[in-house]
Design a protein around this ligand. Structure first.
Ligand SMILES: C=C1C[C@]23C[C@@]1(O)CC[C@H]2[C@@]12CC[C@H](O)[C@@](C)(C(=O)O1)[C@H]2[C@@H]3C(=O)O
Ligand SMILES: O=C(O)CCC(=O)C(=O)O
Ligand SMILES: [Fe+2]
Length: 369
C-alpha cells in the first residue's frame, strides 16, 4: 500500500494541516490505524438505545423520573451510553456553538496555533497530536478549554487569542453553563439509578472543574485507514456530546462497534472512567471512537464534567459491601488527568492501568519512608 510521510516543519515538529494533506493521494503512515482497530463495515449497524425524555423529570413528575432512572441503569450497566431529549437547552445556543467551530477551524493554521496546546497540557489547540504521538494519530483538530467559573471560558479566549475572540468566549461560556447545569441534572438521575439518592453526585459535582472540547474532523481521502478519534474511554466523569448531522460516532456494545446516528435535538451522554470509579464499577465507562469520511467535515461539541481538583474520588458507602468490594483506589481527578497526559495514552484500559500505577506509587512511597 502506497503511503506518504508527514511533511516536516522548520523545527521538525510534524503538523497536521488537512487542507495540504487532503490534496495528496495517500495519507501519511502516522495516520494509518492497525487492522484490529480500523473502522469495519459491521459498525454501520445502529446501536439501539432508548432516547431518554427528561422533561418529566425536570418538571418533577415521579412516574417519568422512575422510568428515566430505569432506562439509565440498564444502559449504564451495559455500555455506559444513552441519549437525552427534551433537555431544555436552547437550540440557538447549540447552533451558535457549531457555527463558531466552523469559524475557528477555518482560520489560518498560524492563527489557530496562537492557542497551541503545550506538551503535557490538556487545554489549547491541537492539530491532531503530532507533537505527542508518532503513530495511530487522530484525523482531527481540537480546541479544548477549562470551564470552572462564570468567566473562565470568556477569559480564556480573550487572554489566548485577543479581544476579537470575545464573541467565541461569550458563546462557549453560555454553552458550558448550560452543559454544567444539564450534567448536574443527569447526576441526580445517576444517583437515583444507583440507589444512593438524588443529592449524592449532584453535590459532588456542584462546583466542577470541567473541560470543553471542540472537535473538527476534516474530510479524509482514505477513511478506511484512518480514525477521527481512536477507541477510548473518556477518563473524565460524564461526557455530554452534541454531534452535527454528518455522523461518525461509534460505541462498543456486546462485542461490536455500533453507529450512533446523529439526532439534532438529542445530547449523547456517556459515562467516563472517573464516574465508573465513583460508582464502584457498577456503571461502565463507555468505549467509543469516531470515524471520518471522504466528503465532508464533521464537528462535535464535547463537554467533559470533572470534579474540583481537591475532591477525592471515592464511592459512596452504600455502593461498597462484601459482594461489591472496592474496585478502584481513591484518587483525585488531576492525578488521573496527569496520568493520561504524561504517562499513558488514553484507551479502553486507562482506569485499570491508572489504578495499578497508583498502587505501585503508594508502595514505592511507603518503602522510601
Ligand atoms: C485518537 C485519539 C484521540 C484522543 C487520543 C486518542 O489516541 C484516543 C484517546 C483520545 C483521548 C481520550 C482522553 C482525552 O480526552 C484525550 C485528549 C486524550 O489524551 O486521549 C483524547 C484524545 C482526543 O480525543 O483528541
Ligand atoms: O466526535 C465524537 O463523536 C467523539 C469525540 C470524543 O470521543 C472525544 O472528544 O472524547
Ligand atoms: Fe471521547
Amino acid at each position: 500500500m502506497a503511503t506518504t510521510t508527514m511533511p516536516p516543519t522548520k523545527d521538525d515538529q510534524l503538523i497536521f494541516d488537512a487542507s495540504l494533506l487532503n490534496s495528496k493521494p495517500n495519507i501519511p503512515t502516522q495516520f494509518i490505524w492497525p487492522e484490529e482497530e480500523k473502522a469495519t463495515p459491521d459498525a454501520l449497524q445502529e446501536l439501539h438505545v432508548p432516547l431518554i425524555d427528561i422533561s418529566g423529570f425536570l418538571s418533577g413528575d415521579p412516574h417519568s423520573t422512575l422510568e428515566a432512572t430505569r432506562l439509565i441503569s440498564q444502559a449504564c450497566e451495559k455500555h455506559g451510553f444513552f441519549q437525552v431529549v427534551n433537555h431544555g437547552v436552547d437550540p440557538g445556543l447549540i447552533e451558535e456553538a457549531h457555527k463558531l467551530i466552523d469559524a475557528f477551524f477555518s482560520l489560518p493554521l498560524q492563527e489557530k496555533q496562537r492557542a497551541q496546546r503545550l506538551t503535557g497540557e490538556s487545554c489549547g489547540y491541537a492539530s491532531s497530536f503530532t507533537g505527542r504521538f508518532t503513530s495511530r494519530l487522530p484525523w482531527k483538530e481540537t480546541l479544548s478549554f477549562r470551564f470552572c467559573s462564570p468567566t473562565s471560558v470568556q477569559d480564556y479566549f480573550v487572554r489566548t487569542l485577543g479581544p476579537d475572540y470575545l464573541r467565541y468566549g461569550e458563546a462557549y461560556q453560555k454553552y458550558c453553563e448550560a452543559m454544567s447545569e444539564l450534567s448536574l441534572k443527569i447526576m441526580e438521575l445517576l444517583g437515583m439509578s444507583l440507589g444512593v439518592g438524588r443529592a449524592q453526585f449532584r453535590e459532588f459535582f456542584e462546583s466542577n472543574d470541567s473541560i470543553m472540547r471542540l472537535n473538527y474532523y476534516p474530510p479524509c481521502q482514505d477513511p478506511s485507514l484512518a480514525l477521527g478519534t481512536g477507541p477510548h474511554c473518556d477518563p473524565t466523569s460524564l461526557t455530554i456530546l452534541h454531534q452535527d448531522d454528518v455522523g461518525g460516532l461509534q460505541v462498543f456494545s456486546d462485542g461490536n462497534w455500533r453507529t450512533i446516528t446523529p439526532i439534532s435535538n438529542a445530547f449523547v451522554v456517556n459515562i467516563g472512567d472517573t464516574f465508573m470509579a465513583l460508582s464502584n464499577g457498577r456503571f461502565k465507562s463507555c468505549l467509543h471512537r469516531a470515524v471520518v469520511n471522504s466528503t465532508c467535515a464533521r464537528r462535535s461539541l464535547a463537554f467533559f464534567l470533572c470534579p474540583e481538583t481537591e475532591r477525592v474520588v471515592t464511592p459512596p458507602e452504600r455502593l461498597v459491601d462484601s459482594e461489591h468490594p472496592r474496585a478502584y483506589p481513591d484518587f483525585t481527578w488531576p492525578a488521573l488527568l496527569e496520568f493520561t497526559q504524561k504517562h499513558y495514552r488514553a484507551d479502553m484500559n486507562t482506569l485499570d492501568a491508572f489504578s495499578e500505577w497508583i498502587v505501585r506509587q503508594t508502595a514505592t512511597t511507603a518503602a522510601a519512608n
